[in-house]
Design a protein around this ligand. Structure first.
Ligand code: PRP
Length: 175
């Protein structure tokens, strides 16, 4: 058996879309400062690319979560593995994710972070798989809606590999 990665969204397409979304975010937050929150590990690549293109001041923090499920799907049972370093009180928080799948992670985060008195919380995701949603949540900024396929690259992994691909691909197993 061997694996092949088929390109779903090229590096050029992804970068052009991040330009657009970063432009929109810069307009929407004009005169304000954005506190970007990255959900490790998948969100790192997207957050860096986004942050480089945003023209209003930004600060950044990182959080790691774990969900105990069957391995392929997140369960509702989410725990914080790495806490934020700084308080979010009074900040304009923008959560940055690589993908919204069932929606459980974002839904948990919005509820949890909402208790900490930020001025606002919005969500920005590189990819959205609306077909897989089990919780009613949608991002304020979405780069791409994609079909229910196993995607890698731009932070997304398959058994921890492929995160560093500069494009979004689909893993295909060949017999
Ligand atoms: C992925 C992704 C989101 C979450 C989305 O993280 O980065 O955080 O799953 O799934 P959901 O909408 O069904 O909750 P993962 O647990 O794979 O960790 P990783 O980012 O470290 O790869």
């Amino acid at each position: 058996m061997s694996e092949k990665v088929r390109i779903l969204l090229s590096e050029e397409e992804v970068n052009a879309k991040i330009d657009q979304v970063a432009n929109q975010i810069s307009k929407d937050y004009e005169g304000k400062e954005i506190h970007l929150l990255c959900v490790l590990k998948g969100g790192v690549f997207f957050m860096c690319e986004l942050a480089k293109r945003i023209t209003v001041p930004v600060s950044m923090d990182f959080m790691a979560l774990s969900s105990y499920g069957n391995g392929t799907e997140s369960s509702g049972n989410i725990k914080v593995k790495k806490e934020l370093d700084e308080s979010i009180e009074g900040k304009e928080v923008l959560i940055v994710e690589d993908i919204v799948d069932s929606g459980r992670t974002l839904s948990y985060l919005v509820e949890e972070l909402g208790k900490r008195n930020p001025t606002s919380i919005r969500l920005c995701t590189l990819l959205d798989k609306p077909e897989r949603r089990v919780v009613d949540i949608h991002a304020d900024y979405t780069c791409f809606e994609i079909p229910d396929e196993f995607v890698v690259g731009y932070g997304l992994d398959y058994a921890q590999r492929y995160r560093n691909l500069p494009y979004i691909g689909v893993v295909e197993i060949e017999e």
